[in-house]
Design a protein around this ligand. Structure first.
Ligand code: NAD
Length: 264
């Protein structure tokens, strides 16, 4: 069967009957809030490719440059507001027996929209980590007072507490995300190019284990042909309507049976 591209009654009903819903988001979900994605026309900052700044090698060679870029991004995020897609995801959360939100985003907009416990696979732009002691600390000054910032305790350089290209994901978060993908009945994949691994493999884990997997994106991605449906359009337009229709069904199977998703 060809993957669907419409928000059909079948799709809405299957979502509404699901006990365990897992949602995976990428930078596209924050695009309508004015936060740039890494690919496409936003791919450059002051003539540097952003994907080349988000690496340990770039930080080691030019810590001040990398922190200047993060300071710029943090200022953009501070001015941004969650959009309709973030709010729709927060509205869906209490309607499901087992709900897990996995995000690759570092901007913290899901929490600001009311999501209670997003699994932040790639860290958070408002935290920093000491390069000597590896302790993490909230770093909320915006703009930053000192560039590059240093650890208050030992004076070593701080780095953003985010996962850079080429670095492993935090094992605990990834294990929880993997379990949520493996055990859900339905997964929504929102605004991710599905090119950054291993997060990009989570929808395929869900599909392989029998879940309905639906993608919401402005364009097709490498996983589109492998999943049940791609709803083409802006997340801020599609998700509020999808949430309204699913919630109108009185989601979910929550009361009827134990969940397949185990959330720690
Ligand atoms: P990506 O930049 O690779 O892809 C963005 C995807 O979003 C694309 O497929 C694009 O078609 C889609 N998109 C753009 N606007 C959309 C909209 N309005 N509605 C629906 N879809 C839309 O992003 P990625 O897959 O998340 O991977 C890039 C990495 O960059 C991640 O590791 C992430 O941590 C990091 N990142 C995070 C932020 C953030 O926190 N907001 C911003 C930029 C990059």
């Amino acid at each position: 069967m060809e993957p669907a591209t419409d928000m059909t009654d079948w799709l809405v009903e299957r979502l509404g009957r699901s006990r365990g819903l897992t949602i995976l988001t990428g930078s596209g979900v924050s695009h309508e809030s004015g936060v740039p994605t890494f690919r496409g026309k936003d791919a450059f900052w002051e003539k540097h490719r952003v994907e080349e700044l988000a690496t340990w090698q770039a930080f080691e060679a030019h810590p001040e440059l990398v922190w200047r870029w993060y300071d710029y991004r943090r200022r953009g995020v501070a001015e941004a507001q969650p959009n309709g897609a973030h709010f729709a995801i927060a509205r869906l959360e209490p309607a499901f027996d087992a709900f897990v939100l996995i995000t690759q985003n570092v901007d913290g907009l899901h929490r600001r929209a009311g999501s209670t416990d997003p699994l932040e696979l790639h860290g958070n732009i408002w935290r920093a980590r000491c390069t000597r002691e590896h302790t993490t600390t909230d770093l909320l000054d915006c703009p930053l007072r000192e560039l590059p910032p240093r650890c208050e305790k030992c004076g070593a350089l701080l780095r953003p507490d985010v996962v850079w290209f080429g670095e492993p994901l935090p094992p605990d978060e990834y294990e929880r995300a993997y379990e949520a993908a493996r055990n859900c009945d339905a997964m929504l994949v929102v605004g991710t190019s599905a090119m950054v691994r291993p997060a990009a493999s989570l929808p395929l884990v869900a599909k392989h284990n029998g879940a309905m997997v639906v993608e919401i994106n402005v364009s097709f991605t490498p996983i589109s042909a492998l999943i049940d449906a791609t709803l083409l359009g802006r997340a801020g337009d599609i998700l509020p309507e999808l949430a309204d229709r699913v919630l109108a069904l009185g989601a979910t199977g929550a009361a009827r049976a134990p969940s397949r998703v185990h959330v720690r």
